[in-house]
Write a protein that binds this ligand. Structure first.
Ligand code: BGC
Length: 478
């Protein structure tokens, strides 16, 4: 055989081998990561059941609802512009008064008690108020939050504080915040102070809210402060956030009352599903994204190892044996999945791909209750109780999909519980219309609509499904 014929035959052989290998790999991946889709026409969404002491709640974050925050990374970001001179926030919105929850929290708590009938309230402690300058604590602000804890307890509502929900003081931001491991000491000190102050008033504590979105929006997509686009630095930030969670967890446990407290990380889950389920390229992008966004965090708590890999740019592998199981519960924030295609736009604003039967919410993300079931089932691998710390829908069109959304997602959760997920509670995101970060004031997630002029609250019609389900559950377990 001539050399050229031999080379051609060898090339054909390797191409075929490659093709067979990728088909086998794709078949395996399809089996391992099914994109569950239910036929809703055959489902009775009223068939719900939740455990007896199930916790029903609603959640907020300080900067999004309090108003009058002027000393944190977000208040500064809201005043800044990108390189082309455009405001950072959609429509140039600012958090401003937000929902004025700082002044109106007592009325809001009364609403939670009398109208919603929730058992618990998740909110965050605004670090920039409590420690406006390094090491200097504002006693009035410490007192303010005592007022909130006490008002909740008086109303029979259990407080669930979050220590870091995307905001921190400007001085901490100037130090490079979570990009540098040495800065974590500041956050540890703040967390210890909070636990010493309020530890006796709350059983469940959230350390960090969503390391994944906080880090990727801030250090990869550049739409959150500090507006960086760098996958190497993203890896460092994610690693430090996990170190930070671990450090806070260990420090709280070492304090008086720490062993009785339940301290957990809040994990946002987005599944990355290939738009074309037979495409090796689609799968490749999905697995890399999942590794960065989900596995880096889950693996830390599950195996005690931090793994991060952005091909050709950054690879981190570090063992942290003491991190294995270092969370008393896992908080789950779930909204949707992302259907990935290399042809889809890679920069915000995204226009997500959707499957037949799915509806695009305002944010925009697709409604995907089956994904909520998948996320709850997936989290079983951490062998810790799960608390759904956020789930909700932005729906400005006067309750276009809110009721359906609530009923279907709660149905999915009920199914996951039936199938063995140890879910202890569910917090609806969010209590009232708020400042939705880079989207400004345009997203209407609230159970309550807020009139921006008068600050009046009105319970939305679609929210009544949530109130009804809580009441029914309580009746069933009287
Ligand atoms: C965040 C919230 C946010 C919500 C809706 C979560 O990622 O924790 O602060 O408002 O999603 O986008």
């Amino acid at each position: 055989m001539e050399i050229s014929a031999f080379l051609i035959a060898a090339a054909v052989f390797f191409v075929l081998l490659g093709a067979i290998w990728s088909v086998v790999a794709v078949v395996k991946l399809r089996k391992k990561h099914p994109e569950t889709l239910w036929d809703w026409s055959k489902i009775d969404i009223s068939d719900l059941s939740f455990p007896k002491n199930f916790i029903w709640g609603t959640a907020t974050a300080a900067h999004q609802v309090e108003g009058h925050n002027t000393n944190n990374n977000w208040s500064r970001w809201e005043e800044s512009f990108d390189k082309k001179g455009r405001p950072r926030i959609q429509n140039g919105d600012k958090s401003g008064r937000a929902a004025d929850h700082y002044n109106l929290y007592r009325d809001d708590i009364a609403r939670m008690k009398d109208e919603l009938g929730v058992d618990s309230y998740r909110f965050s402690l605004e670090w920039s108020r409590i420690e406006p300058e390094p090491g200097k604590y504002d006693q009035n602000e410490i007192k303010h939050y005592h007022g909130m804890f006490d008002a909740l307890l008086e109303a029979g509502i259990k407080p669930m504080p979050t220590l870091h929900h995307f905001t921190h003081p400007i001085w901490f931001d100037d130090l490079g915040s979570f990009e540098h491991e040495k800065n974590l000491e500041h956050f540890f000190r703040f967390s210890e102070l909070c636990f010493k102050e309020y530890g006796g008033k709350a059983k469940y504590w959230c350390t960090h809210n969503e390391p994944g979105p906080f880090a990727t929006m801030g250090w990869a997509l550049g739409v959150f402060p500090p507006g960086v686009k760098n996958y190497k630095r993203l890896g460092q930030v994610l690693h430090n956030l996990m170190r930070s969670h671990l450090g806070v967890y260990q420090r709280i446990k070492a304090l008086p009352g720490g062993n009785e407290a339940q301290v957990g990380l809040v994990k946002n889950m987005f599944q990355f599903d290939p738009y074309r389920r037979w495409s090796p390229l689609h799968w490749l992008i999905c697995r890399i994204s999942d590794g960065i966004y989900n596995e880096s965090i889950l693996g830390f708590l599950r195996d005690g190892v931090f793994r991060y890999h952005f091909p050709g740019i950054s690879k981190i592998y570090q063992e942290h044996p003491e991190a294995k199981g270092a969370t008393d519960f896992i908080g789950l924030n779930y909204y949707s999945n992302l259907l990935i295609s290399p042809l889809a736009k890679q920069e915000p604003p995204f226009k997500p791909l959707i499957r037949k039967g799915q509806v695009l919410t305002d944010m925009p993300y697709a409604t995907y209750p089956e994904g909520f079931y998948r996320a709850l089932t997936k989290l079983k691998e951490l062998e810790r109780p799960i608390i759904v710390t956020e789930n909700g829908v932005p729906d400005a069109k006067d309750d276009f999909i809110r009721e359906d959304y609530i009923r279907r997602y709660l149905y999915a959760m009920s199914e996951a519980i039936k199938d063995g997920a140890d879910v202890r509670g569910f917090y609806y995101w969010t209590l009232m219309d708020n400042f939705e970060w880079a989207f400004g004031n345009s997203m209407k997630f609230g159970l309550y609509e807020v009139n921006p002029e008068t600050m009046e609250r009105r319970l939305r019609n679609g929210s009544k499904a949530f109130v009804e389900i809580i009441a029914q559950h309580k009746k069933d377990h009287e």
